[in-house]
Design a protein around this ligand. Structure first.
Ligand SMILES: NC(=O)c1ccc[n+]([C@@H]2O[C@H](COP(=O)([O-])OP(=O)(O)OC[C@H]3O[C@@H](n4cnc5c(N)ncnc54)[C@H](O)[C@@H]3O)[C@@H](O)[C@H]2O)c1
Ligand SMILES: N[C@@H](CCC=O)C(=O)O
Length: 543
């Protein structure tokens, strides 16, 4: 196509309210009922073909064990090899496909997702299999995914426009080539949009992809794959291969065509990937790009000038929305005694008032945690907290697995600021609070900075500008997303590029040009218009 094409200027997708009596509410509820009543058979999708491997696994709702939402067919080593072949075949044409054609597919996908058909399907499946409330599903599976695709097209346009200077007699150009090989996208259970972005971002930049979704989020992720196909994604560009993580990964990492890892998940899994890739390094055609956003132990630190009402609201929303299963969730708080005395009762009362249950009942604020493994891990922390000296459970602390994996929103008060729940990522609805004496502000900042190996998100609450500035400085490397007088969750694409450093990841900021740059390998092209025809420099030989 001739013409300097311009991507439509993106705007964040508005969050729908699903108000009682609204058409959108009725339509979403109908889709939830439909998906719950008619189980879905999820195949692998390899080279555009559905592959039913026969190695089937149930998909059960976390808030209702008896509800089977369908089965997915797991990829084994043969299917993974087929997916690598399909990705390599598709690479021949996709890596040469014009930017305008690649962009239009993702822009179309985003547009389709603003309509009821796809929006309801992605939201309903996220509510049913990941136990998200309507609001949490909407900001993730709908809004954030629309934003990832639209904003990334806009950012990619900026990358392609970045061109070098040309001295007289030449024309210099930067060509942003896709990587030579395929990208392996490995996504977590907790954000449907992350699956669409881990697979979509490299594909948008001209790469082909093997996408291994989390086994506890297959349903919504499968519909994301279907949506990309409906938007026109050619066969083999993204290959959807749910399966045993170790088995799938063994085959992927053994391929010389492995060119990049786009990972989001826990820190220990990412570190395992890094080690294995390092060990295999000499067998790859190129140095694989490694991008990983991982765990967090996200903090709220309050100054004596903090507004107790704003602080309480941020603690509750930051810690308990989506059952605390956000990498950004507030899980440790440092509160000065004077503020604590004014907020404690309200915090406990409001935490106890939280409605928990089936997300299909739109009145619930929380659903269940994702699976039995997570339930047991959380139950273990709560049991130990009940016994530990200097530790008090102020609200919650109970678990109930009779119908689903329900863990109560829990507030723990810990005298020891290095008690285990102040340091380790629990990934559940548990907030541990350490109360400090008002005069220890600077010491508490140092404590907050040094307590955990993570550095993902954090927030300071202060009505004193100087104190906020001190916190920003002292905690400069403690969080990749830092909030002043706001909860540490809920980053919006295009507004707060997301990611952390230290043990929290490579901080390549999902949904930003920094991330997209990892999926291209630039070629510098110099074209000389009138090449010299004599090897001697001008005036050579002259005294
Ligand atoms: N920093 C971020 O942006 C961000 C965003 C979301 C989630 N997270 C983190 O993700 C974690 C929660 O998600 P999760 O429970 O799905 O994480 P997880 O690490 O258990 O799984 C993530 C992905 O890795 C795969 N995997 C697991 N073990 C593997 C292995 N041995 N080999 C290969 N692949 C393997 C899983 O199947 C899944 O697809 C938390 O630690 C959270 O903080 C981080
Ligand atoms: N980007 C999301 C968190 C994603 C990880 O779970 C937030 O900012 O809350």
């Amino acid at each position: 196509m001739n013409g300097a094409i311009r991507i439509p200027t993106p705007e964040n997708d508005p969050i729908r309210a699903y108000a009682p009596g609204s058409e959108e509410r009725a339509s979403l509820k109908a889709r939830i009922e439909e998906l719950a009543a008619s189980p879905t058979e999820v195949p692998c999708i390899i080279g555009g073909e559905e592959v039913f491997t026969g190695n089937v696994h149930e998909m059960r709702s976390p808030h209702d064990h008896s509800l089977v939402l369908g089965h997915y067919h797991a990829a084994g080593p043969d299917e993974v090899r087929r997916a690598i072949e399909a990705a390599n075949d598709a690479w021949q044409s996709w890596s040469r496909t014009a930017w305008v054609d690649r962009a239009s597919i993702f822009l179309r996908g985003a547009d389709l997702l603003t309509g009821a058909k796809w929006r309801d399907t992605l939201n309903a499946s996220t509510m049913l299999l990941q136990s998200k409330t309507v609001f949490q599903a909407e900001i993730d599976a709908a809004c954030e995914l629309v934003d990832f695709w639209r904003f990334n097209c806009h950012f990619a346009e900026g990358i392609y426009a970045e061109q070098p200077l040309s001295a007289p007699g030449m024309w210099n150009r930067s060509e942003y080539r896709p990587l030579e090989g395929f990208v392996y996208a490995v996504s977590p259970f907790n954000f449907t949009s992350i699956g669409g972005n881990l697979s979509g971002a490299p594909a948008m930049m001209g790469n082909t992809v093997l996408w291994k979704p989390s086994n506890t989020a297959v349903l919504s992720n499968y519909f994301v794959m279907r949506l990309m196909e409906a938007a026109g994604l050619p066969a083999g560009v993204i290959n959807f291969i749910p399966g045993d993580p170790v088995e799938v990964t063994d085959v992927v990492l053994a391929s010389p065509d492995f060119a990049g890892l786009h990972f989001t998940g826990s820190t220990h899994v990412f570190q395992m990937f890094w080690e294995r890739i390092g060990k295999n390094i000499s067998q790859y055609r190129s140095y694989p790009r490694i991008v990983g956003e991982t765990g967090g132990k996200d903090f709220i630190v309050a100054h004596p000038s903090a507004d107790p009402d704003a602080l309480r609201t941020a603690m509750i929303r930051g810690a308990f929305e989506f059952q605390g299963q956000k990498c950004s969730a507030a899980s440790r708080a440092y509160v000065p005694r004077s503020v604590w005395d004014r907020m404690k009762d309200g915090l406990i009362e409001q935490t106890r008032s939280i409605a928990m249950g089936d997300p299909a009942d739109f009145r619930n604020f929380m659903g269940a945690v994702i699976d039995e493994k997570s339930f047991k891990k959380l139950a273990g922390y709560l049991e130990r907290a009940k016994e530990a000296e200097g530790v008090e459970i102020l609200a919650g602390g109970g678990c109930d697995d009779s119908k689903g994996w329900f863990v109560e929103p829990t507030l723990i008060l810990a005298d020891d600021p290095r008690y285990e729940t102040m340091c380790e990522e629990l990934f559940g609805p548990v907030l541990t609070i350490h109360v400090y004496e008002d005069g220890e502000w600077e010491a508490v900042l140092e404590l907050c900075d040094s307590t955990s190996p993570y550095a993902l998100t954090g927030a300071v609450f202060s009505d004193d500008r100087e104190a906020a500035r001190q916190a920003m400085d002292a905690l400069r490397h403690a969080a990749g997303n830092f909030y002043i007088n706001d909860k540490p969750t809920g980053a919006v694409v295009g507004q707060q590029p997301f990611g952390g450093s230290r043990a929290s990841g490579t901080n390549d900021k999902a949904g930003s040009p920094m991330n997209l740059l990892r999926w291209v390998s630039a070629r510098s092209i110099k074209e000389t218009f009138d090449p010299p025809a004599d090897y001697r420099y001008p005036f050579m030989g002259a005294e």
